[in-house]
Design a protein around this ligand. Structure first.
Ligand code: SF4
Ligand code: SF4
Length: 294
């Protein structure tokens, strides 16, 4: 069983559109959305959720006001200044913990003489196993401003792999996170092939170079596709030249086409929606990757 991830230097390059197009082209696969901070592949795959799970990413300290005698010891040990006391020494003072500042180290709960502090698990998102007309789909949603997206990506990938093993699926296709941070690293580890989607702009080239460095670091076979190349053919040529000079395989170029937007509005993949040139260009990209995977 092979795993391919589609990534980009930043959001909005067309990564998800291309991933969804592959959902229409490839047989016997598991689809995965690892862009957990801004998940949107589900908008195109129309999943029917079969399983819904909470994502617990860590713990936060909580004070039981009934047990606390306001001794102030917990304030002294918290290195993150997450605990405050309203008026020290007063009978009326209250000790509170700011859940945003609390890093969940648990020291306060260990030293509290009244055993007034407990560590509560935080639910910071959800992950799902769904059925779609394209096969199984594992996806997730991280709460706003929640952290640990790398951990959630790993969880989603592990479950996709379990399904692929159980159902004898040949391939896992992953919509990865944009950028070069922790969730991307979780998206590309152990992958057979990465497809980087870029745009013909100067920032697109800079972002591409950073992502190529990352996939190289993890020794992942890397392909590049230039999306909307015809909007700036000069810059597209510069990206091609970068790929040539740095031994990065160019899997193809995709033209700008309003059919892509129209397909999204109609909640379809572009392959289903259009038989035009843009669909053919995406098919060609897939053929090149498939040859690599075979
Ligand atoms: S250490 Fe315990 S008893 Fe003392 S102020 Fe903190 S929560 Fe209250
Ligand atoms: S768990 Fe750690 S970070 Fe959170 S309030 Fe207690 S000492 Fe501070």
């Amino acid at each position: 069983m092979k795993q391919i991830v589609i990534i980009s230097g930043k959001g909005g390059t067309g990564k998800t559109v291309i991933t969804a197009a592959f959902a229409s082209l490839v047989k016997n696969k598991v689809m995965v959305d690892c862009d957990v901070d801004a998940a949107d592949l589900h908008l195109l795959l129309n999943p029917k959720i079969l399983e819904r799970h909470e994502f617990k990413s860590g713990k936060t300290a909580v004070i039981d006001g009934g047990k606390c005698n306001q001794c102030g010891m917990c304030l002294e040990v918290c290195r993150f200044d997450a605990i405050t006391q309203s008026s020290i020494g007063s009978q009326q003072s209250t000790v509170t913990i700011d859940p945003i500042s609390c890093e969940g180290c648990g020291v306060c709960s260990l030293i509290c003489p009244q055993e007034a502090i407990t560590m509560k698990e935080c639910i910071s998102g959800e992950w799902f196993i769904s059925d779609t007309q394209y096969g199984p789909f594992v996806h997730a949603k991280l709460g706003i401003a929640e952290e640990n997206s790398g951990k959630l990506v790993t969880l989603v990938r592990q479950n996709a792999k379990l399904i692929a093993d159980k159902e004898n699926r040949d391939i896992i296709i992953i919509d990865g996170s944009p950028g070069i941070g922790c969730p991307v690293i979780s998206s590309i580890s152990g992958i057979d092939c990465a497809l980087i989607v870029t745009e013909p702009t100067l920032s697109g080239l800079h972002d591409l170079i950073r992502v190529v460095e990352l996939t190289r670091h993890f020794n992942v076979k890397t392909f590049v596709v230039i999306n909307k190349y015809d909007l700036n053919t000069e810059m597209a040529e510069e990206i091609e030249s970068y790929c040539r000079n740095n031994g990065v395989a160019l899997a193809g170029k995709i033209k700008y086409d309003t059919a892509i937007i129209e397909a999204m509005v109609n909640k379809k993949t572009v392959i289903e929606y259009s038989k035009g040139e843009v669909s053919q260009q995406i098919k060609n990209v897939w053929e090149i990757i498939q040859n690599e995977l075979d």
